[in-house]
Each structure stands twice: as C-alpha cells, then as structure tokens.
Design a protein around this ligand. Structure first.
Ligand code: DAH
Length: 339
C-alpha cells in the first residue's frame, strides 16, 4: 500500500507538471484526491491493515493528499499569473505615441448668418429678446389680428397642442409679448424656431427659423421702416445692394410690403440664382396695425411702429449657394465643415 501511495504521488506530480489549463488541473485533482479518486480507493482498504500499520499508512495518505492539493493550488496560481502577464502585455498602452487629433467643431451656417444679422441690428440699437416656442393661439394669431376664421390661418399649417395652444408658426407673437410688457420706445429683434406642418422637401421643413423685428415709438413712419431695412440689407449684402419695396398684405401690418434685393449674381438681368426674376425676396414688413397696438395696450393715436419678419434659412441658402435646406438639419459634418 505504501508503494501504491508513492506511485500515486509520483504520477500526480508528473501529470500536473504537464497540465496547462485550469480545467485539466481540476480534472487531475478529482482523479487523484477527489471523493471517488485513487487516493480514496486506497484508503477504503485500510481496514485490512494491522493496527500498527494503520497510522503509518494513514499519515502517508494524508501527506500525499496534502501534496497533491498543494501542487494543484500552486499550478493554478502559476497559470493565473501567466494569464495576467499575457493580458498586461497585450493591453499595454504606449502613452508616448502621438494622439489622434480631435476634430474641431464648426459654427453652423445658420448660426453664422444669425450672428451677423444680430450684430447689424444691435449696432442700430435693437435689443434681442426671445419668446416661447409653445404659444397660445391668442399670441400667435388672435392678438395679431388673425381671428379664428381668418384665411391667413390656412397658409400657416399649424401644429395644435390643444384648441388654444400651438407650436408658434411665426416669431410675430413675440411682438405682442414685448408690447404687453414694455412701453415705447421699443426696438427689438427676436430670432427663433417656428413650426409648420409642411412636408419636407428642398425648400420646406416643419421646423425653420425666423427673425422678427419691431420698433414702436412716437412718430415712427414708413420712412423709418425703409431707412432701417435699407441699412440692414446693405450691411448684410453689401453697400451697392439695390433694394425694392413691393406692396403686400399681412393681417398685423398696414400698409404692408415685401422687400426684394436686386440679384447680386446677375444685377437684375435674370439668372439661375434669382430664378430669372432679377430680384430676390428677403423679408416681409409693414407699419404695425393699429388694432395690434390696441390689443397690447398701446394707444395708436400716440404711438406708431413698424415690424418685419425674415426667414433665416433663405438668407443662409442664398449666402452659401445651398439649394437644399435639409442640409442644414442633417448635421453631416462633411457639409458643416465647409463653413
Ligand atoms: N410672420 C410673417 C410670416 O411668417 C412674417 C412677417 C411679415 C413678420 C411682416 C412681420 C411683418 O413682423 O411685419 O410670414
């Protein structure tokens, strides 16, 4: 039996030294020192031994078991360490390597144009104010002289939140909010997002941007409107720009006009840029309707004013020769990085 135990010890040692996976080591432990292992099989025969031999063999058996278990643990630890070393080697980071350049962002073309427009108006003494995008029907329509049955509502396909709350279809409601709060003199512009239930195509989007302008004071006349807008357009498009006022209609201004600038590409002859018209429409404007002043608690006998509304995307499209406004919203860096 003694020889048998020594043989188990030698065999286990030999086999363990060759094993190089945790599973294989565990298998060997079961094979030799497990409950049904070779060592246990031998111990079961202890009853056949004489009382003198029993403790000797018992002690040896315990030694062999301890030896095997010790070998198993040592071997497992070795494997774990080797694995860790391999991992450390593979995942080594060379902190001295030059890093990838992180790409710098670009100002969005709409922001470039908006900042320029803001600067021009601020230079003329205008303040910049903002209004809510979710707006009461009252401010978006009613107070601007567009009652419930007014045909102008049809041209502005409105997103309704409830019967009397909408996503604003224009920045004009900010006029009303400003006039309600502040007494003249008023000189503000209000840029922001507006929403209309339009299908997306090259020139339409359910979300776009407008800039509203409003001036109210004593003795404001159409001449002030013309002078201000001409100055604005010349600063935006160049001192040699030719500006034209065309009669138009808006419910909240009277009289109203649309303003065109002579095509800077063909100088009025007609080309692709101006769709052969020679002129490019820039904005809508007019003298604030007395009813609108009244709605806001401003006495139209004492004060008068003018207002304007301008589409930001149009200005940017013309400025950069962009013929599809969807490019502004896709945020494809290949497009944006050009500005
Ligand atoms: N709110 C108008 C629109 O969305 C634009 C506009 C025209 C605003 C004339 C004005 C204005 O303030 O006077 O079509």
């Amino acid at each position: 039996m003694k020889a048998k135990l020594e043989e188990i010890r030698a065999k286990a040692k030999e086999e363990l030294s060759k094993a190089n996976a945790v599973e294989a080591i565990e298998e060997l432990r079961v094979k030799y020192a497990g409950k049904k292992g070779e060592l246990t099989a031998i111990l079961k025969q202890m009853g056949k031994l004489s009382p003198e031999e029993r403790p000797v063999i018992g002690q040896l058996a315990n030694e062999v078991r301890a030896f095997i278990e010790n070998e198993v643990e040592t071997k497992k630890a070795e494997l774990a360490e080797a694995k860790l070393n391999r991992q450390l080697e593979e995942e080594k980071i060379d902190v001295t390597l030059p890093s990838d350049k992180s790409p710098l962002g670009h100002k969005h073309p709409l922001s470039v144009v908006l900042d320029e427009i803001k600067e021009i108006f601020v230079g003329m003494g205008f303040e910049i104010v903002e209004g809510p995008e979710v707006e009461y029907d009252y401010y978006n329509f009613e107070a601007l002289n567009i009652p419930k049955d007014h045909p102008a509502r049809d041209t502005q396909d409105t997103f309704y939140i409830t019967d009397n709350i909408v996503l604003r279809t224009q920045t004009s409601p900010v006029q009303v909010r400003v006039m309600e709060k502040k007494k003249p003199p008023i000189r503000i512009i209000s840029p922001g997002r507006v929403f209309r239930s339009d299908a997306v195509d090259a020139t339409h989007s359910p979300l776009f941007h407008q800039i509203e302008g409003l001036v109210v004071d004593k003795d404001i006349t159409f001449a002030d409107l013309k002078g201000t807008l001409e100055t604005f357009i010349k600063r935006l498009y160049g001192e040699d720009s030719v500006v034209r006022f065309r009669p138009h209609h808006f419910p909240f201004t009277e009289p109203s006009a649309e303003v065109d600038v002579q095509c800077f590409s063909c100088k009025g002859k007609g080309c692709r840029v101006c769709k052969n018209e020679g002129w490019i429409e820039i904005l809508g404007c007019g003298m604030v309707h007395p009813k609108v002043l009244e709605n806001c608690g401003i006495d139209p006998e004492e004060y008068s004013g003018f207002a304007l509304g301008l589409g930001l995307e149009r200005v940017a499209m013309r400025r950069y020769g962009v013929d599809d406004m969807r490019l502004f919203y896709e945020n494809d860096t290949r497009f944006l990085s050009q500005f």
